[in-house]
Ligand binder design. Structure first.
Ligand code: 13P
Ligand code: SF4
Length: 413
């Protein structure tokens, strides 16, 4: 039997070459996240992923009955509630999910449950917004902790993106540009995308989304994750790094000349994931030395040099399938969120598969981790008592255009 798992068409074993990072990329990687995570939970800001502390009394984390309380509340709600759990959620939460998945699968699963009155989304704010957009008006989407936002989604605001479009118009290229926005973006950005003829993508279908976009126009504005955009264009679609420019919303005209914009095929928004962006080439080299024969498997939100040095690259759903298909005795270093990697390491250890986390310093996604058992118990018990809490509701106009973009994604071949 081959030591390599059978992987889907997006998989490709890459050469272990040293990739020279462009000066542009290096500059981006050292700049700080514009919105500090410390602000999370302190205030309500409808324009960002930041939220507020939960109203009401949360159960104590040390309450020994939390598991039983969650089970009882869920049982009382019966078919009225449908609990979705993203793969990065804590074990204590994921055990109560009716379905688990990556952001693409969860968007589809939410849309396929019209009978559930409450969708409890154990994930982050943009995912709950997408679920609200894709479900009927009678269905209510609940995020157990409103402070579970996403720093990447916050890196592109509606105002900044509108300004960017003005810059593209000034450069005389807006007509040729199709926006492609990663699922990890606010409903406002999804609506912008729908309005301007673009589509949403996830890390599972980014290549298909880009192929579709290049059939509609000559250039793509990829929002907000520069790494997913660059990795898909260069690694999966054969474009060169020179085909990509990075639009920095904090600089006049995005820090680009009209000539640079006209020459580019991919205009990448300067955003990144604060978790995946921390994996470095050093970790790949170190793990290859430490564990001979190890397979390096990473998420496409990682930096380009990390993805180029990895053996396999794919979404969280892809990572799980790759490890399911891996033969006994194989060794894997996985570069994605720690909750998922730990769960996979425990699950596959009895099958003789050795799975380690790619980096020693990278940690959990702090916002995904905000959904814990006390918040889940509080949300479920409140719903069971007839109190709708922490509802995520997108306004009608935003919803209409965002839905257009999401439906274009769901219709991709
Ligand atoms: P996927 O679930 O699409 O793999 O995305 C990972 C992620 O960062 C979600 O926030
Ligand atoms: Fe956002 Fe990254 Fe956390 Fe996903 S893992 S929610 S992209 S910060």
């Amino acid at each position: 039997m081959s030591r390599r798992p059978e992987l889907g068409p997006t998989s490709r074993r890459t050469e272990r070459v040293r990739v020279v990072t462009t000066a542009q990329t290096q500059e981006l990687d050292v700049q700080p996240t514009p919105l500090a995570l410390l602000l999370l939970g302190r205030e309500a800001d409808p324009k960002s992923e930041r939220g507020v502390e939960c109203p009401g009394d949360l159960p104590s984390p040390s309450d020994p009955d939390l598991v039983e309380r969650a089970r009882a509340a869920k049982e009382k709600l019966g078919d009225k509630v449908f609990v979705l759990g993203h793969h990065y959620q804590r074990d204590e939460v994921i055990q109560f999910a009716d379905v688990t998945g990556d952001s693409f699968k969860l968007a589809r699963d939410a849309a396929a449950r019209p009978e559930a009155e409450y969708i409890v989304f154990c994930g982050v704010h943009f995912m709950a917004e997408s679920a609200d957009i894709l479900t009927s008006d009678d269905q209510k989407v609940v995020l157990p902790d409103l402070a579970a936002g996403c720093s990447m989604a916050d890196m592109a605001t509606a105002e900044q993106v509108a300004e960017c479009w003005d810059v593209l118009t000034e450069a005389g290229i807006a007509e040729q540009v199709v926006p492609v926005s990663y699922m990890n973006s606010s409903a406002d950005i999804k609506a912008f995308t729908g309005k301007h003829g673009g589509t949403i993508c996830t890390s599972s279908n980014a290549q298909r989304a880009l192929e579709w976009a290049f059939q509609q126009g000559e250039k793509v504005l990829f929002l907000p994750d520069q790494h997913l955009g660059r990795n898909t264009a260069v690694r999966d679609m054969g474009m060169s790094l020179d085909d990509c420019v990075v639009y920095n919303p904090h600089k006049p005209n995005g820090g680009l000349t009209a000539g640079e914009l006209r020459a580019a095929k991919m205009i990448l928004w300067r955003g990144h994931c604060s978790v995946h962006g921390r994996f470095g080439l050093d970790s790949v080299n170190e793990v290859r030395e430490r564990i001979p024969g190890v397979n390096v498997l990473v998420h496409p939100e990682c930096k380009h040099e990390v993805v180029a040095a990895a053996d396999y690259v794919g979404s969280t759903e892809y990572i799980i399938k790759a490890l399911e298909a891996a033969p006994a005795g194989s060794k894997w270093a996985v570069g994605t969120e720690l909750n998922l990697v730990r769960r996979l390491a425990n699950r596959f250890a009895p099958e003789g598969k050795e799975i380690v986390f790619l980096d020693k310093t990278v940690c959990f996604c702090s916002t995904m981790n905000r959904i814990d058992l006390p918040h889940l118990v509080w949300a479920l018990e409140s719903l069971a008592e007839g109190n709708l809490v922490n509802r995520i509701e997108v306004d009608k106009e935003t919803e209409a255009f965002a839905k257009l973009a999401l439906e274009r994604m769901l219709a991709l071949p």
